[in-house]
Design a protein around this ligand. Structure first.
Ligand code: ATP
Length: 840
């Protein structure tokens, strides 16, 4: 303590409970002293003295109780047991969360003027900080004024939405939003949007839907029959020249042309070049003037308390479904190319076509409950549906629009209750939605009259063999031609225009059962054909297609890609190396539960000769648990509650490790994922793009590491071909000096984890020894500073390099690699010239 500080007067502070948990760093901490006299001015001294007297009194608990009136402030016990005093004018913040401030108070408050709230009472302080839910948007700390929001002005979004966007810190639209919002809001056109992962596609369809609903509700309030109001005109008046069909495969080639086409397909660069013409869009639609019909059950629902389903998912009364409602993650492994984990595939066939056939379809009867269902948003996974709901709820905060999430894995009774309150927007996965429709849920019987339909991750949704409920859903949606043609449709994905190679079994020659050899005529679709197919399937009319996927074909430009090539049995060791040497929020993707089972079986056979049956993806997580990596598994066979819990834990831990199947590959927006590791080469290029897209989101940087062994070389080559990668992915630099020791460690963990057939005391004894050995090894630093006889090779590692940022390491490696290449080239220049000369 400095001399100056010593001259001040200090008093010990009485403490009840301990403010922080005991940690190594805090050992030796014996108490807390408070400076009671700063010697600044007389008045100050007086007041301090007064406070000191009160402090002394407060040391005796019984005196406190007796002399209650002398205590100016109230005591509050925090969650950690620490008792603090609070004054009644400033609310102590227990979290870093930004508190929403009423718009009026923003206007009145001058800059930098602190907010003083007098309405804080003890109960408010005692209440727990609001738990962040999955899909909650992380608000930026930026304080946005109406002037800051001018970039949104051209879209003429309602003030309520702009206020919500300002609160979220969204100063300007992202590129895909900028390019699609004019056509969607003013032109009321169908939109087909392809933009890189993490580029804000959710609000690109969310904002037009919300603003459209607000317009329609306004009309309804003025007494019009909202069921009869067409949102979109069938005969859209548009200028003669339409946008050019063009796909942005190459940045340099992606230039807007003015050629005419019937497909309305745009590279998305038109607005950028200042060529977007307002003439293209129709004016406000004419609305038929008809009086509102009295609904047949209007009174029944009016007093129903509305609860957002996404909120219910976090509540304690969440009821998980029994096994017959649970999803399975495995896909039929003989089913062509796609073998990743899939949501919404029901073990007992509930929600599948077979069951649908048995149910009497209430479909043809037009139901009007008086609370119209304005918008339907379909997603491939439950987590994505929940996330999209939360994004929409945040943007619709001041609009009064209600959003419901309808997903499998939880009790449908509650979902029916939510639906009875008549939410304007339903975000759903196809299985549960269809189940409720076929059960005759009244709100959902209005499906055919929805004014907005959005299908997120559309390419995935329409894949053959998945989401069989989508077909009848689309049939129902498109049943009435008049309704269909006035519905606005949104179709979005990062890989909308990506077309992968045909699977081997569909290519080349085929030998028939009778031994006849026939040439297959199946050809790979072109991106335009893929788009056309989507347009027809969904029932879109004259969509505006905006494709701004760069040469990365949907992957973010801020993404750094690399790979690790190793033998199958060494994959775990390299994975462990990445996790320990470069800690960070990491997702490890496996192809599917089934594939992991097979893969690990290979490893076990190699080492132990054990059986495979019980060795699932969970086992990989178990191995990583033994190695103290605290992995969080996520696959479609897990109970829904656990899936959400694990995702939330992962989001809250900066060093979290999520071991997932492709159920987590698409759409999930978890902030600040540092690394995505493909433990296996994904079977399709789309999966590679989407998995990798869980990092490097919203213009942030991220790293993706593809782990491959020799048997995956073909899949890797195919992946490269589809993604137009002319060069190999660069190798991630691994310090090989550490690998043999790490391999020993991983092998030991595998031995400990090996499944056993019979109880044998001698094996038990050996196993216990191994366990102790493993514990002891893991208690030491993996990359130690000093010398160790056990791990001699590890001593070569410089201690300060044990926590390097993997992205930086990779970027440095790419730079040095490029530099070396340049040097080699310049060295060989005379030789190359000579070679050229001879060739001539
Ligand atoms: N205008 C905006 N300004 C700033 N951030 C935004 C804006 N719009 C969206 N975001 C944020 O960008 C992130 C990514 O958005 P979103 O999840 O919609 O991406 P996406 O394009 O759908 O990605 P994916 O293809 O992986 O599904 C989200 O955290 C979202 O809150």
């Amino acid at each position: 303590m400095s001399k100056k500080l010593k001259t001040l007067k200090w008093e010990s502070v009485p403490m009840e409970g301990f403010p922080v948990s005991m940690s190594d760093k805090l050992q030796g901490f014996v108490g807390l002293e408070e400076c009671t006299e700063y010697g600044l001015d007389k008045d100050g001294k007086k007041s301090k003295k007064k406070k000191t007297t009160q402090k002394q009194k407060s040391t005796n608990k019984t005196t406190i109780l007796q002399e209650k009136s002398l205590i100016p402030n109230k005591k509050v016990k925090l969650e950690n047991g620490f008792i603090v005093e609070v004054c009644d004018i400033v609310k102590p913040s227990l979290t870093n969360e930004i508190k929403p401030i009423e718009n009026k108070s923003i206007e009145k408050r001058k800059e930098n003027q602190p907010i003083i709230r007098k309405d804080v009472n003890i109960q408010k302080i005692e209440s727990k900080p609001k738990k962040r839910k999955l899909g909650d948007i992380t608000k930026t700390c930026e304080k946005l004024t109406p002037e800051d929001m001018l970039s949104w002005a051209e879209f003429k979004l309602p003030e309520e939405i702009i206020n919500a966007l300002a609160e979220l810190g969204f100063k300007k639209p992202t590129k895909i939003q900028q390019l699609t919002l004019p056509a969607a809001i003013h032109g009321r056109r169908d939109i087909l949007g392809a933009a890189e992962t993490g580029s804000g596609k959710t609000l690109a369809f969310g904002l037009p839907i919300l603003s459209g609903i607000m317009k329609l509700k306004e009309k309804a309030e003025s007494g019009l029959n909202v069921y009869e109001i067409p949102y979109k005109k069938t005969s859209v008046k548009r200028k003669a020249t339409k946008e050019k069909v063009k796909i942005g495969r190459n940045k340099n080639k992606k230039i807007k042309t003015t050629e005419e086409t019937s497909e309305g397909y745009s590279s998305g660069d038109d607005t950028e070049n200042g060529k977007e013409n307002k003439e293209e869009f129709i004016e406000e639609i004419e609305v038929p003037i008809r009086k509102k019909e009295v609904s047949h059950d209007e009174g029944n629902d009016s007093d129903e308390d509305y609860v957002h389903l996404s909120e219910m998912l976090d509540s304690d009364d969440l009821v998980e479904t029994s096994d017959d409602e649970a999803d399975t993650g495995d896909v039929n492994e003989n089913d062509g190319e796609e073998t990743d984990g899939v949501d919404e595939v029901d073990e007992n066939g509930i929600g599948c076509v077979k069951v649908i056939d048995d149910v009497e379809m209430p479909g043809q009867v037009e139901v009007r409950t008086g609370k119209p269902l304005y918008a339907l948003i379909l997603t491939p996974t439950r987590e994505l549906a929940i996330q999209i709901s939360r994004h929409l709820i945040a943007a619709a905060k001041y609009t009064g629009i209600k959003v419901a999430t309808i997903v499998g894995g939880m009790a449908s009774v509650k979902q029916e209750r939510v639906l009875r309150s008549g939410p304007e927007v339903v975000v759903a996965t196809p299985g549960r939605l269809w189940e409720l429709i076929t059960q005759g849920q009244p709100h959902l019987q209005q499906l055919a009259s929805v004014k907005f339909l959005a299908i997120d991750e559309t390419d995935r949704m329409i894949e053959r063999g998945h989401f069989e409920e989508l077909q009848p859903l689309l049939e129902r949606l498109n049943d009435d031609e008049a309704q269909r043609s006035t519905r606005q449709n949104f179709v979005f994905s990062a890989t909308l225009t990506l077309v992968h190679d045909l699977p081997v079994h569909m290519k080349g020659k085929k030998v028939t059962k009778r031994g006849k050899i026939i040439n297959r005529k199946i050809e790979k679709m072109t991106p335009q054909q893929k788009i056309k197919k989507l347009v027809t399937m969904i029932g879109m009319t004259d969509p505006k297609v905006v494709d701004i996927t760069t040469e990365n074909l949907g992957a973010a430009e801020t993404l750094t890609e690399c790979r690790i090539a190793c033998a199958l049995e060494n994959k775990d060791s390299y994975l462990y190396y990445i996790l320990k040497r470069h800690p960070g929020r990491t997702i490890v993707f496996c192809n599917s539960i089934g594939s992991v089972r097979r893969l690990i079986f290979g490893i076990i056979l190699h080492y132990l000769g054990s059986e495979l049956n019980s060795f699932t993806m969970y086992r990989l997580a178990q191995l990583l648990t033994l190695l103290k990596c605290s992995p969080l598994p996520l696959h479609a066979s897990m109970p829904q509650r656990q899936r959400l819990k694990n995702l939330e834990r992962f989001r809250d831990d900066p060093h979290g490790v999520l071991v997932a199947t492709d159920v987590a590959a698409r759409g999930l927006d978890i902030p600040d994922v540092d690394h995505v590791v493909h433990y296996q080469v994904p079977k399709t290029a789309e999966n590679y793009v989407h998995r990798s897209g869980r990092t490097a989101r919203a213009s942030k940087e991220g790293l993706t590491i593809l782990m491959m062994e020799s048997s995956e070389a073909y899949t890797y080559a195919k992946l490269r071909r589809t993604l137009n990668k002319t060069t190999e992915l660069p190798m991630f630099p691994v310090d090989e000096r550490n690998m043999s020791s790490i391999r020993d460690l991983v092998r030991l963990a595998r031995d400990v984890d090996a499944p056993r057939k019979e109880i044998d005391p001698s094996i038990d004894k050996a196993l216990n020894i191994k366990k102790k050995q493993l514990e002891s090894l893991l208690s030491r630093p993996i990359f130690p500073k000093g010398f160790s006889f056990k791990f001699p090779t590890l001593n070569t590692m410089e201690p300060e390099k044990t926590n390097e940022n993997a992205l930086q390491v990779m970027k440095n490696a790419i730079e040095t690699g490029a530099l070396k290449k340049e040097m080699r080239k310049s060295k060989n220049e005379p030789l190359l010239k000579l070679q050229k000369k001879f060739k001539k």
